[in-house]
Structure formats: C-alpha cells, structure tokens
Ligand binder design. Structure first.
Ligand code: GLY
Length: 305
C-alpha cells in the first residue's frame, strides 16, 4: 500500500487515506477520503469552500477521480458543494458520464442528497478579494507558499491504483475558468499495467501539455516514474513561455511502487506514505539544483503500510 500526495497538506490527507486502506478500502476509497480531509481542513485557501474566490467574489470548485480500470468522474465550476470529490465519485459511480459542470453538477448533487449552499465569503476571503480588486493584477505567481491543489495517487492491498484531485483553482481567476484538476489526462491520469500521475500548480500550463497523460505514456514507453516526471516538466518549460514565473509540480507511481516527483521551480513538497512511514519530501526542480531531500517530518507509524 502506498499513497503519494501534493504539498504539505498531503501529510494529513495521506493519513486519512492510509486509514481507509488499512480498513480494507480500495485505492479509490483512499484518495477520496484523503481529498475530503483536505476539503474539510485545508487552511491554505486553495481547496474547498474556504478557498480564495474568483474575481467576482465567488468560490468555484473543481475535482476528479480516476481508477486504473479506466473509470473516471469529474466536476467543474461547482458552487456551494463542500466535498466536490464526493460528487466527482458519484458522477463516476452513478451516471453514464465522466464530467458534469456548473449548474448541472449542482443539480446532480442535490438529487443525490448533497447539501448545495453557497456561503458568504468569510472575513479573510473577503479582505483578500477586496485587496485584489484594488490592483486587479492577473499574474499567477511562483508558488512559494507550499500549497495549491491537492492531488493524490494511492495503491491498495490488491494492487489497484487510483488518482484524485480537488481544488478551488487559481485565486481571482475569471468567473468560469476551469483548470487542469478536473480534466482527465491533464491534472490526473492512471492506466492499469502502467501507473498513475497527478499535477499541481498553474493549470493552464498543465492543460497545454496534457500533463498527467504525457507522464503515464512516457512510463508506458519504458521511462521510470522519476524520468517521466522530469520529461514532462522539461517539455512544459519548452512549450509554455514564462516558466520563471509559474510553478507546476508533478507526481507519478508505477505498479511496482516506484515513485517520481519533479517541478518547475524549487519549493514543491509532497507526502509519501509507504512501509509504515508518512513523510514529507522536497521534489527536485528543473530551475533549481535540488536533489530529493527528506525533510525529517516523520509521523506516527502505522502497521501494515
Ligand atoms: N492546478 C489547479 C488549477 O490551476 O486550477
């Protein structure tokens, strides 16, 4: 059993996911549980209803899940849904579709018994939005604060793999903007016999390179997860101008449990849970000279992982 998650908020999400795996849950149960934990408790304002709003002052959320058997579910541009990852899973499990967006996704949520209630911005969200309106500067910055979308990969005791992603997207985005996170093949992808990959950071850069799919296809062609991650990031830097000003981080795992992590800029952290340890790591970066360093953040060991 292994779980791999983006950023510092991946550490508690991994623990939640591991609990599911240890209780006999599937990889899909694990990534869903981890994402729910982050949607509920993320203090970084990048996931869930507490996330930063768009430029109109509305919080809109994206989420997706995919299994290694090719089944997938996704929701985009949803409002008032506390756990969009659960809704994405319902799209996968209960509809003939892969993706629902906007009002249709919210209607489906109500039909499934979920509460859909837009809540007013809290004081911090409102203040930050008002401050942004003073300048109205639309310039995605290098992410140095160690947070963004949570994206997860898990492999369960039966060797099944699943990937998931949930986010409030780019702060102060245009109303209606959708990033990479709910797009199967961009923010996340997994295929049986090969492995899975997930992305975080500037969604537009990931969308332009179909990031996660490109990584999985590189693994299918024989690259290790690490080399596949590095190949995608170098392609992205080559194809998407302005790499000095944006951050993208990627993670990958194959079915033998090998993992990969790489980013455009320094500062991309990820959490890896394996063999009873759940630890934070710093990903190496294309525009830095970093090597993978364990940052000595070991938490409670759990047996059987
Ligand atoms: N990676 C999240 C987004 O750009 O929306």
């Amino acid at each position: 059993m292994r779980v791999l998650s983006t950023w510092d908020h991946g550490l508690p999400a991994n623990l939640e996911a591991l609990q599911r795996l240890q209780a006999g849950g599937s990889a899909t149960d694990a990534v869903e549980a981890g994402c729910i934990q982050c949607e509920r408790e993320n203090g970084q304002r990048t996931v869930g209803l507490g996330g930063w709003p768009d430029r109109d002052g509305t919080v809109t959320l994206d989420a997706a899940v995919m299994q290694c058997d090719g089944r997938a579910g996704s929701v985009a541009f949803v409002r008032g849904v506390a756990h969009p990852i659960q809704l994405a899973r319902m799209v996968m499990d209960r509809t003939p579709h892969v993706m629902l967006a906007g009002a249709g996704a919210e209607r489906f949520a109500r039909e499934q018994g979920m509460q859909v209630r837009e809540r007013p911005l809290d004081a911090e969200q409102h203040a930050k939005w008002q401050a942004w309106l003073q300048e109205k500067r639309y310039a995605p910055a290098v992410n140095v604060e160690n947070h963004d979308t949570i994206s997860m990969i898990a492999m369960d005791a039966s060797g099944r793999m699943a990937v998931a992603s949930t986010t409030s997207g780019l702060a102060f985005k245009m109303h209606g903007r959708v990033g990479d996170s709910p797009i199967i093949g961009s923010g996340l992808f997994v295929d049986r016999g090969v492995g899975g990959a997930v992305c975080t950071g500037l969604g537009e850069a990931v969308l332009r390179t179909a990031g996660a799919h490109a990584i999985v296809e590189a693994m299918r062609a024989g690259m290790s997860p690490q080399h596949a991650c590095e190949a995608l990031i170098h392609r992205l830097i080559d194809r998407v101008p302005g790499s000095g000003d944006y951050q993208v981080g990627v993670l990958a795992m194959d079915f033998s449990g090998r993992t990969g992590a790489f980013s455009v800029q320094r500062g991309f952290t990820y959490a890896l849970a394996e063999r009873g340890q759940n630890a934070m790591h710093q990903a190496p970066a294309a525009l830095g000279q970093d090597s993978t360093i364990e940052v000595a953040m070991r938490v409670r060991e759990r047996p059987g992982t």
